[in-house]
Design a protein around this ligand. Structure first.
Ligand code: ADP
Ligand code: MG
Length: 400
């Protein structure tokens, strides 16, 4: 057993980690922390749930000092992830006087401007950070460590140019760390251009494959909700996540679940920040059982006690599937992934099987479908219709 004590971490960090209740480092932590503490550039390639936050977080807390300006910048793809990484970093900074802040869009800029003047560590989404750079309300000249967390997702979300501008604003002699599920394409090119002899570290997830069961059901598109409701009622589960590919999908499924008296809530990228954070917090606390969400809204979120993942739609990108299933079967617990596949999902499913040949996804025996409430209550239909009137037709192709 390899202990945190062997990683050359300061006593302050060892105490903070022990307060978090972690007994031993995960693989990516074991492999990257020593390199990060030595000041090396590191590429960590590993999927959700491998413990990356603590890996770079420890390096940052170790190297940042009170009242020396912004010394570390972590770029993340979503607001939720910014909040989550900030919270974890604050826990890691226990007993050390550091101002650690999250910066993202969708909320007022003025409090951020004030906070940026006194912060030592900043976790940010690229768009809003660039906004601050343009307004000259952030000083990036003291930055010693720059982290790109979930780099592949930042590329996918179209942040690449923002990210490059931000990188260029930081001192050249900084340390650069990139974490990504895959280092293909543009993420690779960023690494080549902005990193100094990076060490590449691959790590497996904390998910134990022997504890994870994956099944699929074939069904026609218009019976998907019947199947979902039936399975949700039949399966003995703790917390459940249901993934949809579109915003509209999450709204529709959310309504059907409510209509069938299943305690649930939905989140997607179109909802305002406060609503999303509140919903996630309530889910965290177990106030409702089923979270319906898109990939973007759920990115990087880690919640204990998720026993079931449903893919109401199959993701087009196999990598997204891996992220989705990474939320269950963590740390020795069991998990079940249920894929609901209609002919519309066939292509995505085929691509998944081809990409991850070692996944064992067995066909499940479809239960006898009890009748469910399919209809959205009348007044909601009316409400929806009036809201949609006058919208551009393009809005119908909602993003995630
Ligand atoms: P990633 O960024 O790789 O997806 P996270 O950093 O979000 O993973 O960590 C996933 C979960 O594992 C978090 O709840 C985190 O607190 C927990 N965790 C991290 N390191 C350890 C550890 N050494 N032992 C047990 N749990 C850990
Ligand atoms: Mg992470």
């Amino acid at each position: 057993m390899k202990l945190f004590e062997k990683l050359n971490l300061s006593d302050q960090l060892l105490e903070a980690i022990s307060r978090l209740g972690f007994k031993e480092p995960t693989q990516i932590q074991r492999d990257t922390i020593p390199l990060i503490l030595k000041g090396k550039d590191v590429i960590g390639e590993s999927a959700t749930g491998s413990g990356k936050t603590l890996a770079f977080g420890a390096g940052i807390i170790h190297n940042s000092n009170s009242r020396e300006g912004i010394q570390a910048l972590v770029l993340v793809p979503t607001r939720e992830l910014a909040e989550q990484v900030k919270d974890e970093m604050i826990k890691l900074s226990f007993n050390k006087d550091l101002k650690i802040i999250a910066i993202y869009g969708g909320v007022g800029i003025n409090p951020q401007i004030d906070n940026l003047k006194i912060a030592e560590v900043v976790i940010a989404t690229p768009g809003r950070l660039l906004d601050h750079l343009n307004r000259r309300t952030i000083n990036t000249k003291q930055i010693k460590i720059l982290v790109l967390d979930e780099a592949d997702r930042m590329v996918e979300m179209g942040f690449i140019q923002d990210v490059e501008k931000i990188i260029k604003s930081t001192p050249e002699n900084r340390q650069t760390l990139i974490f990504s599920a895959t280092m293909a394409g543009p993420a690779q090119s960023i690494a080549q251009r902005y990193m100094k002899h990076p060490t590449v570290v691959h790590a497996t997830k904390m998910v134990d494959p022997s504890k994870l069961k994956q099944v699929y059901y074939k069904i026609s598109q218009n019976l998907k909700r019947e199947l979902l409701v039936n399975l949700l009622k039949k399966e003995d589960s703790d917390l459940v996540m249901v993934f949809c590919n579109t915003r509209r999908g999450t709204e529709m499924v959310g309504k059907v679940l409510k209509g069938n008296k299943i305690k649930s809530a939905h989140i997607h990228g179109g909802l305002n920040q406060n609503k999303r954070l509140k919903t996630i917090e309530m889910f965290h606390k177990g106030k409702f059982q089923v979270l319906v969400c898109t990939d973007v809204a759920a990115r990087g979120i880690h919640i204990e006690g998720i026993t079931h993942i449903y893919n109401f739609d199959m993701p087009a990108e196999p990598g997204d599937y891996v992220h989705r299933i990474g939320r269950t079967a963590r740390a020795g617990k069991t998990g079940l992934v249920i894929n609901i596949i209609s002919p519309r999902d066939d292509k995505s499913f085929a691509r998944l099987i081809k990409t991850y040949r070692n996944f064992e996804i067995k066909q499940g025996e479809r239960p006898k479908l009890e009748k469910v409430v399919r209809e959205i209550p009348n007044r909601e239909i009316k409400h929806k219709a009036s809201r949609n009137r006058g919208r551009s037709k393009f809005r119908r192709y909602s993003r995630r």
